[in-house]
Ligand binder design. Structure first.
Ligand code: PLP
Length: 464
């Protein structure tokens, strides 16, 4: 194979060949050169390591091989890697698909702020420097009843900041039933270790009592931390200490009571008979000194970590060096601000996450039936059924909740179900859906009417 090294064509020769065909002009000169160089380097390395599996044995063969591979790369280079997809899985907060979709108001506000200069750190009435912390603080306080609030990059960052700023080299008491790992990358015990705070575990996996917390307190204790279990539930013989009681022990012992709420709902989903998630407002009024939660879970906003609670504590967080490291950009603040005002004005159904979670099964059933009629009219090859099923909230939120829904189950004799799934997944506007047995399953809960039309026409195209 080493002998073949001599047959590798020089970069300029390949570039000239591509330029002659006009294909070479689709990319800027230097970018094309770089691509060719990488390709030649890869081939050289494969030859040296004797891992080359291609068929080329002379200069001409190598050149043809390199050009074919460059053309393939050029086709995919024009595409962005982050592209919109249609989520037909019915999982509302689909972590892999970007969690919450934003409301029109949030998108609009974000676009406006992106196009212009803004009051990001400018106080208009005084005509001088302002603070980005104050932009959504008022809205968060109004929505949660907190004295003070601040925003960081995500909830994991909020947890890290709170532990670093308020409990470094001190002990943080956590129930063993709450030492969770969320989404494979957020582990309470690890983040605690990174922050410099020391974990003091109390109780057992299923039961933790007030006395466990009381006995754990020493001169070293900075904080009681309560963590939302998020993506799992403990059932059977369980016992945990009520918030009010934990708050009163914390107060008596003069330690901070902080709760990591995870999803942190501002909207009370229990009103719709969904789940048992207490609102952020309730948690704070039950006596938590500080809470933190995500912006893109049940709030339905952008990725962010919201911190709310006692002014004295939030002030300490704002002054900490990490606050600068973990700060959010103007787009996040714009989207978050608009989302919070939608909640405050009780226009929650303008927020896609809240609308999709609370939509009635009957409404989905009617849409599914119409979809079936239209698909059968467009394309008689499909066997379509509407079936009762369940959707999930997702995002590690309300894991025990099953939202009743109706799904469209599709089959065809022309393709196997995984071929059909792949065709739709790789279509121009990718459609992500579930497979159940030999059927493709579409849950319209997370699909807009515009997207519904796209799915219909893609399905029809496949059979043409
Ligand atoms: C989701 C979650 C986090 C992480 O929040 P991000 O916003 O994804 O960083 C932390 N704690 C709990 C309890 C969670 O549910």
């Amino acid at each position: 194979m080493l002998k073949l090294l001599r047959e590798l064509p020089p970069v300029h020769q390949i570039q000239e060949a591509l330029l002659k065909e006009d294909r070479g002009r689709e990319l800027p000169y230097n970018l094309l050169k770089q691509l060719i160089q990488e390709e030649v380097n890869n081939l050289r390395e494969a030859l040296i390591k004797e891992t080359y599996t291609g068929k080329a044995r002379d200069r001409h063969g190598f050149q043809a091989e390199i050009i074919a591979s460059i053309k393939e790369k050029m086709a995919s280079m024009k595409l962005n890697n982050l592209i919109p997809v249609i989520n037909a899985t019915g999982v509302v907060l689909h972590t892999n698909l970007g969690r919450a979709r934003l409301s029109e108001a949030a998108i609009d506000h974000m676009t406006k702020v992106a196009k212009s200069y803004s009051t990001l750190e400018y106080n208009l009435s005084e005509g001088k420097r302002g603070s980005r912390h104050s932009i959504v603080e008022e809205a968060v306080c109004k929505a949660t009843g907190a004295e003070s609030a601040m925003i960081v990059n995500n909830n994991a960052a909020a947890v890290f900041l709170i532990l670093s700023a308020l409990a470094k080299e001190k002990e943080v008491v956590v129930s063993r039933g709450e030492l969770v790992e969320i989404g494979g990358s957020f582990r309470v015990s690890s983040i605690m270790e990174e922050s410099g705070a020391r974990l003091k575990e109390v109780g057992t996996t299923n039961k933790t009592h007030a006395a466990d917390y009381e006995q754990a307190v020493s001169d070293e204790t900075a904080m009681f931390m309560k963590v939302h279990r998020s993506n799992f539930a403990i059932v059977g013989f369980t016992s945990e200490v009520e918030r009010e009681q934990l708050a009163s022990i914390a107060k008596k012992q003069q330690v901070i009571f902080y709760e990591d709420l995870g999803s942190g709902a501002l909207y009370d989903f229990r009103k719709n008979g969904i789940g048992e998630e207490p609102t952020v407002q309730e948690t704070l009024s039950a006596g938590a000194d500080l809470v933190s939660f995500s912006g893109d879970k049940l709030l339905g906003g952008p990725q962010a970590g919201l911190i709310a609670g006692k002014k004295e504590l939030v002030d300490r967080l704002k002054k900490h060096q990490l606050a600068r490291v973990l700060r959010v950009d103007k787009f996040t603040l714009a989207a978050l601000e608009a989302t919070l005002w939608e909640q405050l004005y009780e226009n929650e159904t303008n927020i896609p996450t809240i609308r999709d979670i609370t939509v009635k099964a009957e409404e989905i059933r009617q849409r599914a039936n119409q979809f079936k009629v239209q698909l059968e009219k467009k394309c008689s090859h499909y066997k379509v059924e509407v079936e009762a099923s369940f959707s999930q909230v997702g995002g590690g939120t309300m894991p025990a909740v099953e939202l009743p829904t109706y799904v469209i189950a599709i089959r065809t004799d022309k393709y196997r179900v995984n071929e059909l799934e792949e065709k739709l997944r790789l279509s121009e506007q990718p459609i992500i859906m579930r497979i159940k047995e030999d059927k493709l399953v579409i849950d319209l809960r997370t699909v807009t009417t515009v997207e519904e039309a796209v799915i219909l026409s893609e399905l029809a195209n496949i059979h043409d």
